[in-house]
Design a protein around this ligand. Sequence first.
Ligand code: ATP
Length: 224
Amino acid sequence: MRSETPPEALGIFGGTFDPVHFGHLRLAEEAVDVLGLRGVRWIPAGRPALRDTPRVGPRQRLDMVRLAIAGNPRFELDSSEVDTPGMSYTVPTLERLRQPDAFGAKRPLVLLVGNDTFAAMAGWHRWERLFELAHVAVAHRPGYSIDPESLPPELAAVFRRRSCRDIGRLAGAPAGCIASFVMTPLDISATRIRSLLSTGASPRYLLPQSVLAHIHEHRFYTEN
Ligand code: ATP
């Protein structure tokens, strides 16, 4: 009897990417190896909720991600949030990905987040639904921990209930686990890059040269 091969897990990586940098790229690259993913789908937010309006428009941030991931066969770009009018929310995006004409219900999807983002998750639109749609894999970002004691109580309870030490389990179900993984610590943020650019200092080696050249060419982030 022929047994059906389970579908491979796919990473989903959302963010503002204002601009994309090597912290993002290493998170996604290392997640593929550590979590055994088929690849990572990058989904830049059009209008992100819960933060200030990005300094650069959605299309421009999408273009920067396109440049950053060019040539990496593990990565693919998804413009759905940029193409959709209104605020960008992760749960509706995942619901779209679960449609039969996208990935359907069975494919394991793993939402990739840094631990600062995870700690804020209880403020997200319909956040509890998220675990019915995807697993969550939390990357350790320098300066942030995921000590359950420091999480909001409702998130700490979900974390304790859904925490999965065996990363191999992610591929065994479409959704529902929270895993964490250690990545190369890179204390890089888009905030710091914007601040360097606004003062005329160099952010070189914090982000891909192709992205930096694009930023200079279009004079992004030059004013405070
Ligand atoms: P900003 O400084 O503007 O808040 P950011 O650098 O945190 O931006 P985002 O686009 O907000 O970048 O982040 C997208 C995702 O990448 C989030 O889940 C965030 O936690 C994660 N992330 C960002 N920078 C790093 C980093 N240096 N290491 C690990 N994860 C990171």
